[in-house]
Design a binder for this molecule. Sequence first.
Ligand code: C2E
Ligand code: MG
Ligand code: MG
Length: 702
Amino acid sequence: MGIINDLQDRAAGESDIFLQIFNQSPAIEYLLDPENGRIVDANNAACTFWGWSREQLRTMHIWDINIAGQKTLERQFTDTKSGVTKFFINQHRIASGQIRDVEVYAHPIILKGHQVNLIIAHDVTDRRRAEESLRLAQRALDAATIGILIADAQQPDMPITYVNPTFEKTTGYCQAEVLGRNCRFLQGPQRDQPGLDELRSALKEGRSCEVILQNYKKDGTMFWNQLHIAPLRNEAGVVTHFVGAQKDVSDQIAANARIEQLAYYDPLTELPNRRLFLDRLAACVAVSQRSNVFGAVVCIDLDNFKNLNDAASHEVGDDLLREMGQRLKLSLRQQDTISRQGGDEFVLLLPALSDNSEISANMVQGAITRIQKAISEPVVLGNFQHHITASIGVALFPKGVESASDLLKQADTAMYRAKATGRNSVCYFEPAMQAAVSARLTLEQDLRQAMEREDFRMFLQGQVNASGKIIGAEALIRWHNKEGGLISPMAFIPVAEDTGLIIPMGTWMLRQACRTIKKLEQAGRPIRISVNVSPRQFRGPDFRDCVAMVLQETGANPNLLTLEITEAVVFDNLNEAIAKMQQLKALGVHFSIDDFGTGYSSLAYLKKLPLTELKIDKSFIQDAPTDMNDASLVEAILAVATHHGLQVVAEGVETLEHVDFLKERGCPLFQGYYFGRPISGEEFVQKVLSQPTENVYTAPKM
Ligand code: C2E
Ligand code: MG
Ligand code: MG
């Protein structure tokens, strides 16, 4: 008989209501007898929870369910005897055998003078397990040996909402300093690292990614941060957070770099070794074969290094090799590779020269001249000064489908040939290149000698006006060589330019021209003379002084001297060119732009330059009477010149058609075979002196 039934007996109407409330309450409720632990009654929720029927429960003790056991429960009952509501956390084994966590409130109540405990219980198993796993997760984050941070993806700029102790330890920032900030503050000044783009797009697309970034600790030290980020989504699939796991991998990266250094670099000179060289060469050969841009492999073997190494100590030998490596590096371009292949052999890779084999060979030759100069500077090691020379072998590519190691062998073969011909020499693997380079070297030598012996002649070619009278001349250099022939400037001006011989040569021509100006002026037949000025000459620091000196020395009228420069000279550095032209103009000389139309053809700069004249290039004149394009170009140049108040000379006027065409369009001055070929200075002076006097030239006003 349960107490509830007693109640039922007592006041059927009233107790019926309480019974219903008790039974239908959604909370688990039951009554216990604290004297003996019996379950007096249990409501529907309790029956459902435990999985026993009310009848079964009424025959059971609470310790049949509560796994704490009789002793503990008896203590709990004793506690409730004070009449105060008590709270316990218990574990119940339900009918299925499962253990559930329950929080219970035990309210002692008196029924018919007898104390029973009304128990209201909550099944808190799920909540407690969730709490437990949260606590575990938190402990795991705190104990993790990798740095972890969580950022809120739903707030602007994704502020950090959590960092773990390892994050604090690796970065030196404490939690309070980073919460609420975007984690980019770790990047310091490195805002364009390769990994950042990937990171940004992963954040934007809500996916995970792994990158290695250069980050900075609070104390400013850089570290390599291997960062893995992953999105956290809510039930709706929306990314709410990003969790980042980071690891300082600086040691690993340093170790990798060290391994790479050992694998690919020569430990003595720290230059690339044979392996890295072959890798780079193979890549470069592949590019060359596709683009047809030449490259070169250059083998350098120091002459007599063995003797020095044996005579002095090996340390001295090592120092010498290091020094040579350094010098080679300084004398080459950024993109060139200098490798040491062992012993005293250095091998260079000169990539991306030119798509023209001759220009490429010249570039290689230029590099070799610099290398030879660098190597031959005396080296002081210990108490001795050493003079080093080298034997050099060159192989150019692409020739066909040769491999990197083939090319290395070719350069090596050429180097041995160089050694055999006597030390301190250069050999090319390619016979044609060898011939070209030898010819060029001979030309250079001959040109030097010619300069010393003044084996040059000044030729003059007249410039005439519309009535065919000579009003000026262009000075053109000729080389009277050993064999008695006259060599065209086209053949030697580029070499003179490369070797710097153009400077004394240009001064020599200037002097000849000024003497002639003076001579004709004194004879009462002043004409103006144009002198070609090469780029290197014009850019030289002493050019103005040189012109001033020659003018003074010869007493020539500066107004009768015109300097011909090309568009390229001006364009390379417009402001510098203008400044220099102004200085020269102040001496009284004039400027003419030679070969006009072949260069940049930007007419916009014309008014910025202190010019007197344009010379229309002969290539346009040649076909102007028949070719529409050339005709309109010539017309345009004449129009622009008139607009800017410039004089115009048409070059290469060979036929009467040329003359007619030009005259019709108002061209004022002509130069070309039609009026006369270039002739020696003396002949030209005679020609002018025999001209009728009324055509005396008056210099243009400055
Ligand atoms: P440039 O200054 O344009 O000289 C004009 C060239 O055209 C000269 O060649 C001249 O002989 C040639 N020529 C003249 N009339 C005709 C013609 O009717 N038809 C054809 N086809 N050609 C004609 P040259 O003397 O062989 O000089 C070639 C270039 O060498 C010059 O071109 C100039 O750039 C350079 N040069 C000549 N002398 C000197 C010099 O003293 N110093 C420097 N830096 N360069 C010079
Ligand atoms: Mg000229
Ligand atoms: Mg010209």
